[in-house]
Design a binder for this molecule. Structure first.
Ligand code: AP5
Ligand code: ZN
Ligand code: ZN
Length: 214
């Protein structure tokens, strides 16, 4: 399967991805994760992306299309993939369609993590992540066994630099202006399934499973 997860910051894309990935043996391609890795490694890509990310604005289409094009070529992604956080503009969606057409492939489903903006600040400001595995915790909704420590590896958890109430405002603005049109783009193709992303994580997982079994 080839899936796209779309939704505002904190809607649960990164939380559901590892579960879907394991159940359906897909590769998980998260542009945000790839960009953060590039920023901390100070690669040329990371240097170009850093400022926009810290402000909560989108990185240029060319940069993200380039990393996705590269990542989709991996052998592990040939059977299928989950795109988490991409495409985020209509231009990115069109470029993705072109890339897939060349391989005779297409997107099967777009999972729309529908949720009210008002819930997102608490989710974002309470988030802690384990960078090397991508595991996500929340001080209130999904606390680690030991505060600040990853349950599996025992390594320290970190908070994202853009997870402040102020930067969240810009990220939400970018979502409504630039990414919501992407949902319309795929709605016209009849492949969007909307989820109740405000529900507890397990219930969201069940909704995802229901959509994917159809
Ligand atoms: P990105 O990393 O994609 O961030 P985002 O879209 O803002 O999404 P988040 O990762 O914040 O949300 P999520 O839905 O994954 O939430 P999560 O599951 O972790 O992008 C970052 C930046 O990179 C962008 O601002 C941009 O600059 C750049 N970028 C990336 N892709 C780009 C692109 N294609 N084009 C241009 N620029 C790009 O959940 C959040 C918290 O809530 C967690 O603590 C979790 O435990 C908790 N939680 C999750 N689900 C539930 C639930 N059901 N109930 C209660 N709590 C829950
Ligand atoms: Zn995420
Ligand atoms: Zn909106």
């Amino acid at each position: 399967k080839r899936l796209i997860l779309v939704g505002p910051p904190g809607s649960g894309k990164g939380t559901q991805s590892p579960i879907i990935k394991d159940e359906y043996c897909l590769c998980h391609l998260a542009t945000g994760d790839m960009l953060r890795a590039a920023v901390s490694a100070k690669t040329p890509l990371g240097i170009k992306a850093k400022e926009a990310m810290e402000k909560g604005e989108l990185v240029s289409d060319d940069l993200v299309v380039g990393i996705i094009d590269e990542a989709m070529k991996k052998p592990s992604c040939q059977k299928g993939f989950i795109l988490d956080g991409f495409p985020r503009t209509v231009v990115q969606a069109q470029k993705l369609d072109e890339m897939l057409e060349k391989q005779g492939a297409k997107i099967d489903k777009v999972l729309n993590f529908a949720i009210d903006d008002a819930i997102l600040e608490e989710r974002i400001t309470g988030r802690w992540i384990h960078p090397s595995s991508g595991r996500t915790y929340h001080t209130k909704f999904a606390p680690p066994k030991v505060p600040g420590v990853d349950d599996v590896s025992g390594e320290p958890l970190i908070q994202r630099k853009d997870d402040t109430a102020t930067v969240l405002k810009s990220r939400l603005e970018a979502f409504h202006k630039q990414t919501e049109p992407v949902i319309d783009y795929y709605s016209k193709k009849g492949i969007v399934a909307s989820l109740h992303a405000e529900k507890p994580p397990k219930e969201v997982t069940s909704e995802v499973e229901k959509v994917l079994s159809q």
